[in-house]
Each structure stands twice: as C-alpha cells, then as structure tokens.
Design a protein around this ligand. Structure first.
Ligand code: ADP
Length: 197
C-alpha cells in the first residue's frame, strides 16, 4: 500500500490539547510540527525584531497580521525537513490565511491531505486554560485574552472548517478523554486515510 503524504493541519479551540497532540502525531510520523504560536512566543522570549513587533498583539489575544504570519509559515515550510510532510498547528486560522496557504501549497502541487478537528466543549476548554495559566504562566492566559481568543476562534477560525469539509479532508475527533485516548482516535482517523508511520 502506498501511504498518503502527511500534510496535516490540527485545529481546535484554545485548551483543546491540539499543541500536545500535534507534537505527538508529528513525532510519530517523522514530520515537523509547525506551531505559529510557538514561533511567535520564541521570538518574544528572545527579543527579536519579530518578537517586539508581535508581543502586544499576542498578549491582548488579537491575531498577528496575515501577511506577516503567512510569510513566516511559507519560510518554515520551505525548509528541508518539511519536504516530506508537516503538521500545522494554529495556522491557518482565518479565511485570508487559508487563501495564502492554498496559493503556496497549490503552487507546489501539494495540498493538505487531512485536517484534524479536535472538538472540546467550551466549558472544558476554559477549565483547561485556567489550569494551564496556573501551571505555565503564559502572558496571554489571562481572562480577557482567553475570552477574546475563544471568540476569534468561533467567529474566524471555525468557519475555515467548512472550506476544508467541502474538500472532504476533515476528521472530527472527540477531544474529551485522556491524552492517550485522544491520540489513539487521531491515529486511527489518519490511518483510515492511508496516513501512517
Ligand atoms: P491559542 O490557540 O491558545 O490562542 P497559540 O499558541 O496557537 O495559542 O497562539 C497564541 C497567539 O499567537 C494568538 O493569540 C495570536 O496572537 C498569535 N497567533 C498564533 N497563530 C496565529 C495565526 N495563524 N495568525 C495570527 N496570529 C496568530
């Protein structure tokens, strides 16, 4: 059986566990996990020019401008380790970014092959975020920023799922359960598409 290339997107509300699952899935498939949130946080921490540009935006829970975000992702996907596949986490998160990514991937003849939608009820998502705020102290895990990010998720990010559903590439995964249970659900959905380690 020839396996399907793993060009993946994981998407879900804040606190859905997508970062953790994304890293695990990417490791098992031998592809890089590309998290725009991680890229921005690393730059803020190191005080780079990009970091200085985006810090206030991130802390407030707003979106970094599309042109900047899309350019960063394109650069990352052009690196050698992403030649055989990648897992995107946190990008695209609005319709403009979907368009940017389409132009780039279609130019290479390499469209996304699966979109993992992690579903978690809002109350659960908020509970997990409060826990994370206590444990990790992320500057954007304050009440105001969390509320704004969840509302941007609902208004701007959830609609992109319709686009990908229309392409028949979305797998909706129940994100409630232990890390291992959720992971096993994702692995089985991907293998049904021929995406295997
Ligand atoms: P969360 O999903 O909890 O909001 P992320 O780590 O995915 O956490 O993102 C943190 C912040 O980084 C976002 O609130 C936003 O400011 C910025 N960011 C991340 N990805 C994008 C993106 N694709 N477009 C614009 N801004 C982004």
């Amino acid at each position: 059986m020839t396996s399907t290339p793993a060009r993946l997107l994981i998407i879900g509300p804040q606190g859905s566990g997508k970062g953790t699952q994304g890293v695990r899935i990417a490791e098992s498939l031998g592809i890089p996990a590309v998290s725009t949130g991680d890229v921005f946080r690393a730059n803020v921490k190191e005080g780079t020019e990009l970091g200085q540009q985006v810090k206030a935006i991130i802390d407030a829970g707003d979106l970094v401008p599309d042109e900047l975000t899309s350019a960063i992702v394109r650069d990352r996907l052009e690196q050698d380790d992403a030649a055989n596949g990648f897992l995107l986490d946190g990008y695209p998160r609005n319709l403009g970014q979907v368009g940017d990514l389409d132009v780039f991937l279609e130019g290479r003849g390499e469209p996304l092959t699966a979109v993992i939608e992690l579903s978690v009820p809002r109350a659960e998502s908020i509970a997990r975020l409060s826990l994370r705020a206590a444990q990790q102290g992320r500057a954007d895990d304050n009440e105001e920023s969390i509320a704004k990010r969840l509302s941007i998720y609902e208004s701007e990010t959830a609609p992109i799922l319709d686009v990908y559903r229309g392409r028949g590439i979305v797998d909706e995964i129940d994100g409630v359960g232990s890390l291992d249970e959720v992971y096993a659900r994702i692995v089985s959905a991907l293998s049904a598409r021929g995406i295997t380690a």
